[in-house]
Design a protein around this ligand. Structure first.
Ligand SMILES: Nc1nc2c(ncn2[C@@H]2O[C@H](COP(=O)(O)OP(=O)(O)OP(=O)(O)O)[C@@H](O)[C@H]2O)c(=O)[nH]1
Ligand SMILES: [Zn+2]
Length: 357
């Protein structure tokens, strides 16, 4: 292969930007080649062009299909035929639950069951990775793939691959809560999100290190939102590490349990309609938690940390660390920040996501 050719990983990173801009991406597999658009970003003229080519389907997750009352024949993905006279507005309303209560009857749908859902499944994975709504327009490519488009191969493996990370830069960062400290920036080799490590004091890397894996929450961490407990948890963890004289906060840019801030605000809008945090994710078509917990253990590995006292109320985090080869010698609970606004949210996390209080 020419040294200047792109790898599948590089093409996949490029495909994220394409989908976010409303451009199509081509995906090829044993069943043929498809053109894929994100339902959220495709514009009028490209939608019209796609409809002109025929055979257009919309791929949604099984969660979204359940809300739409559409049948699912492919496990986690449903394929819906796009009616010949459907408008872009119709497509958006299939993808976006914002108007579900106002217009509950979007169907009837013609579910597609012949052929393979491989391209559709990969299209959903790409829209999720691009932090868009998990819904995609998929149409068959009959002739050649239009010039200049990113062309990806269907592979189960590429979706599951975890990037390697390296430290880009680091510097001293004293904080009011933690005292002396250091901030490191980690960059993945696949063009994805950077993550940060805040080291407080000088942890002894041989012993168990007091660690918090904190998922970014712009609303809680920065704005002091009362809807969740993230800000107080972050600050309590830093203060505890300051008191002990050592610890590590991994600040993971997995906003909204991995769905991104735009989708989290869509989830909040659904919560304003009366749905709880888990139901809102499902109506949008997401799992209740879309985070890749392997990133945390990967970064600990880069830092040379193998044994931790993990500050969390989430047993899944403990289990994932253990599976990834990090020994959790103790779970350190952090029950702080309950308010009248987040009491119901915390109760749902305890009941549905197994959080310990
Ligand atoms: N999708 C979604 N994400 C939310 C919501 N509220 C907070 N988040 C995000 O949830 C993440 C924090 O996860 P939590 O479940 O609170 O806590 P955890 O990190 O799993 O567990 P702990 O270690 O016990 O705090 C952050 O990324 C927040 O942005 C919500 O209503 N919907
Ligand atoms: Zn939060």
């Amino acid at each position: 292969m020419l040294p200047l050719c792109l790898t599948e990983t590089e093409k996949r990173a490029r495909a994220m930007a394409d989908l976010r801009m409303g451009l199509p991406v081509a995906i090829t597999g044993p069943w043929g080649t498809g053109l894929v658009f994100a339902a959220e970003t495709v514009d009028d003229s490209r939608f019209a062009a796609a409809m002109g080519m025929g055979g257009v389907e919309v791929a949604v997750t099984a969660w979204r299909a359940a809300t739409l009352k559409a049948r699912v024949y492919d496990g986690d993905v449903a394929r819906l035929a796009v009616p010949r006279h459907a408008s872009l507005r119709w497509l958006r309303s299939v993808a976006d639950p914002a108007s579900d209560l106002e217009h509950p009857m979007k169907g009837p749908f013609r579910e597609v069951r012949e052929g393979s859902a491989d391209i559709h499944r990969m299209a959903i994975a790409l829209t999720k990775e691009a932090r868009l709504l998990p819904a995609a327009l998929v149409l068959p490519v009959v002739d050649a793939v239009p010039e200049g488009l990113t062309l990806l191969q269907v592979t189960a493996e590429s979706a599951a691959r975890l990037s390697a990370y390296h430290v880009v830069s680091a510097a001293r960062l004293p904080t009011a809560l933690g005292g002396a400290g250091r901030l490191r920036v980690f960059r993945p080799d696949d063009g994805g999100e950077e993550h940060y490590a805040v080291t407080i004091g000088t942890p002894d890397l041989d012993g168990p290190v007091l660690v918090r894996l904190h998922s970014a929450c712009f609303t809680g961490d920065i704005l002091g939102s009362l809807k969740c407990d993230c800000g107080p948890q972050l600050h309590a963890a830093m203060a505890a590490m300051g008191r002990e004289g050592a610890g590590v906060i991994l600040y993971l840019n997995q906003e909204g349990r991995g769905i991104g801030l735009a989708n989290k605000m869509r989830a909040y809008a659904l919560q304003d309609q009366g749905f709880d945090t888990v139901e809102a994710n499902h109506r949008l078509g997401f799992e209740d938690d879309e985070r890749d917990f392997r990133i945390g253990s990967e970064l600990l590995g880069v830092m040379g940390i193998t044994r931790v006292r993990l500050m969390t109320n989430n047993p899944l985090k403990v289990a994932m660390m253990e599976t990834q080869g990090i020994s959790v010698t103790e779970r350190v609970p952090i029950a702080v920040g309950e308010t009248e606004h987040n009491r119901a949210y915390l109760a749902v996390k305890a009941a549905k996501s197994g959080h310990l209080l």
